[in-house]
Ligand binder design. Structure first.
Ligand code: DGT
Ligand code: CA
Ligand code: CA
Ligand code: ZN
Length: 585
């Protein structure tokens, strides 16, 4: 059982307890525990095995929860969850997957109409009996019908941030065309830079909300309406993606943008922080709570006003995950997050010499147009036969071309872009690298990656990576966990050991900026930072266009709280050259 598995069991438990009408505190405690566990980089096993640590040291984990975690680790099961699951009709699990139907609503439907399956729910909606249940209406019925079809259809996986970003740009531009729109901003997980996005949340200030909603539904990429109201509408757009739009008054804009940006966990923390200071905070603004003399609520037209009224610095959306950001904002200790324009070089890219689409010269020209000062060309080593990986002869031939390219770039004028002679070596299944040490010793920049033997046991994979980390020629470990979002989970690797070894050896870890990789992820990158490991954000571009994903890597780094000092390729060329040591170009 890894941490995510354990967290999923607690989330499931919370859901079933809520269905069962259990008290809110207990439910919240399990949800908080799930979150804490999912956020841990160190495995629960290792925390439990460490004499200096205890599961009860974790935020929100008391003795009872710690005992439950131990049971799960030992048996793979949670007896309380098994017990509850056995009591709940099987069909209820399907009903819980219908968007817009939480556990409480499902319970009402089960109890009052005896519904116990998606078919039953659909029939009841068509027979218009659902609207008779307290809290349900005609609109809810229509919403349920649409969403049932959705649950039955191919489950739409969460969209990659970069894909979502394209449609966000499009709809925001479309909404700005509407004369009634005074301001429109996107919020939610997109704004927080999450690696995947479930739906798109938009907040608008408008003179005429009805006109805004009409305009919204006329968006060229709208597939269907889901909910249509005067201040709140939802539509389905491309690839099944849902768009929620809220229209608010200008004085509430800061509160609304803050609210719909979330995360839910951040909002919960912020609200309790506000409450402790005498204010209730919702998407409309502040209200005094429990004060004898009614105080005038502070303004909430901007986010800075909302956070400021609570004695907090404005918190960048990427940090709003309910970790420690509220405390840091109170103490004015928020990290000064990395910005994309601080990136000065790109140290992982491919060319037509292996599996890239553009030539060496095209890639370098593309990088120069992006304003980079240096790049490393890191085609695949010979093990990657599918990509026609480079053997010694072909690699040395490429490096000759790079020497000549640098000469001609230098002849064009002062401060030319510098091209480093690099390679992405493969960590072989049996250990070792796929090019000999005497070749690697001549490289300016070596990225070591693991592409084969990904299903080997944890010890083997970890050992292969540790060996690469300790290799004198290896500068950075490429996409250290190998995960591909929505496609393939990470290989089984002991990331604590990897991070510790990287710190000891002074080897860097990559944040691969490809939208499907984002590897290291935010949790691992934060852990690496705490361990004193420096990171390299690289595009792993296989084309000139691919150089554009740097911003995705930067977003992930920001979510991890990284500053420019944590990221090696923020160094200007002269500093970076010093870091490389005498040998470089
Ligand atoms: P997603 O869409 O699954 O990628 O994630 P989000 O974070 O965009 O979540 P979404 O679309 O359900 O809601 C947008 C924001 O609205 C969310 O981040 C925080 C706020 N919000 C939604 N539901 C709740 C809630 O029950 N309590 C609180 N405090 N905030 C909520
Ligand atoms: Ca959302
Ligand atoms: Ca939403
Ligand atoms: Zn690569």
């Amino acid at each position: 059982m890894n941490n995510a598995d354990v967290a999923a069991l607690f989330d499931r438990l919370a859901e079933l307890l809520e269905y069962d009408g259990e008290n809110a505190f207990r439910i919240r405690a399990y949800r908080a525990a799930a979150r804490t566990i999912a956020d841990q980089v160190d495995s629960l096993e290792s925390i439990r095995g460490d004499e200096a640590r205890s599961l009860t040291d974790l935020d929100g984990i008391g003795r009872d929860l710690a005992a439950k975690i131990e049971t799960i680790l030992d048996t793979g099961k949670l007896p309380l969850l098994e017990e509850l699951s056995a009591r709940v009709p099987v069909g209820v699990f399907d009903l819980l997957r219908v968007p817009g139907l939480g556990p409480k609503k499902v319970r009402l439907l089960v109890d009052s109409l005896g519904i116990d399956s998606l078919d039953g729910l659909e029939a009841a909606c068509r027979a218009a009996t659902v609207r008779g249940v307290k809290g349900f209406g005609e609109k809810t019925e229509a919403m349920i019908l649409k969403n049932i079809a959705f649950v039955r259809g191919a489950a739409v996986p969460r969209q990659l941030w970069e894909e979502a970003d394209q449609v966000v740009t499009d709809i925001v531009a479309w909404m700005r065309v509407c004369p009634a729109v005074e301001r429109i901003e996107a919020a939610g997980s997109w704004r927080r830079g999450c690696e995947t996005v479930g739906d798109i949340d938009l907040v608008a200030v408008a003179t005429d909300a009805v006109a805004v909603m009409e305009h919204f539904r006329r968006w060229a990429h709208a597939v269907e309406g889901i909910v249509a109201g005067p201040t709140k509408s939802s539509i389905r757009g491309p690839r099944g993606l849902q768009f929620d739009l809220r229209v608010v008054g200008a004085p509430s804009f800061g509160a609304a943008w803050q609210y719909f940006t979330g995360s839910k966990e951040h909002n919960i923390r912020l609200r309790s922080w506000a409450r402790e200071r005498g204010w209730s905070l919702n998407e409309y603004g502040f209200q005094p709570v429990g004060s004898v003399a009614p105080a005038t609520p502070p303004p909430a037209a901007t986010e800075a006003e909302v956070y400021g009224a609570l004695g907090l610095a404005w918190i960048p959306p990427e940090l709003r995950e309910g970790r420690d950001e509220v405390l840091l904002a109170a103490e004015r200790r928020l990290p000064l997050l990395l910005e994309e324009q601080e990136i000065r070089g790109d140290l992982h890219m491919h060319t037509t010499d292996t599996d890239g689409e553009d030539t060496l010269v095209e890639m370098v020209r593309g990088a120069r147009e992006r304003g980079l000062e240096y790049v490393a060309i890191t085609d695949h080593g010979q093990r990657v036969t599918m990509a026609h990986g480079l053997d010694r002869t072909r690699l040395l031939e490429q490096w000759d071309r790079i020497d000549r390219l640098n000469e001609s770039l230098a002849a064009e004028g002062p401060a030319p872009i510098v091209v480093l002679k690099g390679i992405e070596v493969d960590m072989l299944e049996r250990g070792g690298l796929d090019l000999p040490d005497d070749v690697l010793a001549r490289a300016d920049w070596v990225v070591a990656s693991l592409h084969y033997g990904q299903s080997q046991p944890r010890d083997r994979i970890t050992e292969r990576i540790l060996e690469a980390i300790r290799h004198p020629a290896v500068r950075v470990i490429g996409h250290p966990t190998g995960r591909l979002i929505n496609r393939r989970p990470a290989y089984d690797v002991d990331m604590e050991a990897v991070i510790a070894a990287a710190a000891a050896a002074g080897t860097f870890l990559e944040i691969n900026a490809h939208p499907s990789r984002l590897d290291l992820d935010d949790h691992h990158a934060a852990a690496a930072r705490r361990a004193g490991v420096r990171m390299v954000i690289s595009t792993d571009a296989h084309s000139v266009r691919g150089l554009g994903v740097m911003r995705c890597g930067v977003l992930q780094a920001r979510r991890a709280g990284l500053t420019h000092a944590d990221v090696v390729n923020t160094l200007g060329w002269s500093d970076f050259r010093r870091l490389l040591g005498g040998g470089a170009t």
